[in-house]
Design a binder for this molecule. Structure first.
Ligand code: GTP
Ligand code: MG
Length: 321
């Protein structure tokens, strides 16, 4: 473990990959890894790119990577979806398209498997972002397919949230209205070479009037990712949002909130592990579970008893009791 962290510090990409895999697979060393790398993190800027399947997210991401590389920035890319960049349906096309990036050692690409079909949450995205950050990457781009669950996740870890839409979506637009409108910092209307792109942009513009209490007005950018048209506009919009975050103090506020959340999360993880261990190790607890299984003890009451035992507490820990 120490050896691995040491090699990570020396910017060994294999060590980086190994650490990410360990965290992705819920290694028991996860918290230890995070604790060790924390002091090295805190410099990367995170872009979340979300939108419906096939909207051109990966194509956009590819062009954004090139732009950031052109500026001399190191870029990490995480793809959180089975059908996206490096796995599943679009795998081959993306892989070929991104071939250049695999050969550029200023770029680190990684796909994260989603666990469980529903919700499609990729586990540990925040932690993996932090590992890339600690490795010395300047920009981290996270591509997710915009379905339900993902939105709240993207809020948690992205500094700038980019929502991609395309002409001719119909129903998808309704979804946009419902949820994504509130989270976007920048709207991209991609495939602007197709008919109806300007209508989508106008629609979004109208909906933005409904957005309340925010001192950042989301920008709407038309792009043709394939031909790279509009990419510079997008890049500049990202810079403006980044400036806004730092000048308004919002960025600092987010950072503070994330620090606290990280601490909460670590506590929850430790407790979870501790409890699971206790379940097996303490005979009295095992006995209670046995009685519950037989149906002769109310599982909720039993939970309370178990908690009292584990936390060595005389009073109930259950809320409302
Ligand atoms: N006409 C047109 N096609 C585009 C444009 N940008 C991307 N495409 C095409 O749209 C298709 C999907 O592009 P991707 O970049 O794989 O889309 P994605 O959103 O990453 O897709 P998933 O990851 O599978 O959800 C590809 O065939 C692209 O070549 C564009 O500006 N105009
Ligand atoms: Mg993709």
């Amino acid at each position: 473990m120490e050896m691995l962290i040491k090699r990570f510090r020396q910017k060994d990409r294999l060590a980086l990959s190994k650490l990410i895999t360990m965290v992705e697979n819920n290694s028991p060393f996860m918290l230890e890894i995070m604790k060790a790398i924390e002091p090295m993190a805190g410099n990367a800027y995170v872009l979340g790119v979300t939108g419906p399947p096939g909207a051109g997210k990966s194509t956009l991401v590819d062009k954004l990577i090139r732009t950031f590389r052109h500026e001399g920035q190191k870029v990490g890319v995480l793809c959180v979806d089975p059908s996206s960049i490096f796995s599943g349906g679009a795998f081959l096309g993306d892989r070929v398209r991104m071939e250049w990036a695999y050969r550029d050692d200023g770029v680190y690409l990684r796909s994260l498997a989603t666990r469980g079909a529903l919700g499609g949450l990729a586990p540990r995205t925040s932690e993996i972002i932090k590992i890339l950050d600690a490795f010395g990457v300047d920009i981290i781009i996270v591509e997710t397919v915009g379905v339900g669950q993902m939105e709240s996740d993207i809020i948690r870890y992205s500094d700038t949230k980019i929502v991609v839409s395309v002409p001719g979506l119909g129903d998808e637009m309704q979804a946009l209205k419902a949820g994504i409108l509130e989270i976007a910092d920048i709207f991209v209307v991609n495939k602007a070479d197709l008919q109806g792109a300007q209508d989508v942009a106008d629609d979004l513009q109208m909906m933005l009037y409904l957005r309340k209490d925010s001192d950042w007005t989301p920008e709407i950018v038309l792009t043709e990712a394939q031909s790279e048209r509009g990419i510079l506009d997008l890049y500049q919009a990202i810079q403006r949002h980044r400036d806004y975050l730092s000048q308004s103090g919002r960025g600092e506020l987010q950072t503070k909130r994330r620090r606290e959340q990280t601490c909460h999360y670590a506590i929850q993880e430790v407790l979870k592990n501790y409890m699971e261990k206790s379940f097996g190790e303490i005979e009295e607890v095992r006995n209670i579970f046995e009685v519950v299984r037989e149906g002769s003890l109310n599982p909720y009451k039993a939970a309370d008893e178990v908690l009292k035992i584990i936390f060595n507490s005389k009073k109930t820990l259950m809320e409302g009791d």
